[in-house]
Design a protein around this ligand. Structure first.
Ligand SMILES: [Zn+2]
Length: 113
């Protein structure tokens, strides 16, 4: 895993379906909108993206988004793995002040389709 801070591209290569799934993950609270503690970028290892659910393969840039603080004051943090494009979409949503529909209440886990 390389530890480079990559700038976000102004255009992100996501399909409409991927984009919608990331937005759904944001509005259900699966993806957090608070700023991450650290962010790393490297190539994927085939694991599923926490945003769109599709695999991040070895040809794709994977962003590792680290939150050292848990949600709602929990002490354990969490790490998300996102496509470059999904991370960019999450970052854009954060800057635009998008709100989750039910922050910290329902849909944290298991908010599947
Ligand atoms: Zn993704």
């Amino acid at each position: 895993m390389q530890r480079n801070a990559l700038p976000y591209p102004s255009e992100v290569p996501l399909t409409a379906d991927q984009r919608q799934r990331v937005l759904d993950a944001i509005t259900t609270g699966h993806l957090r909108l608070d700023p991450p503690t650290k962010m790393y970028a490297g190539f994927g290892v085939g694991r599923a993206c926490d945003g769109c659910g599709e695999a991040i393969d070895r040809t794709m840039v994977e962003h590792e988004v680290v939150y050292e603080n848990g949600r709602d004051g929990a002490s354990s943090g969490e790490v998300l793995h996102l496509h470059l494009g999904c991370a960019g979409l999450l970052d854009a949503a954060r800057r635009q002040g998008v709100k989750a529909y039910a922050p910290g209440q329902v849909g944290r886990e298991g908010a599947e389709q």
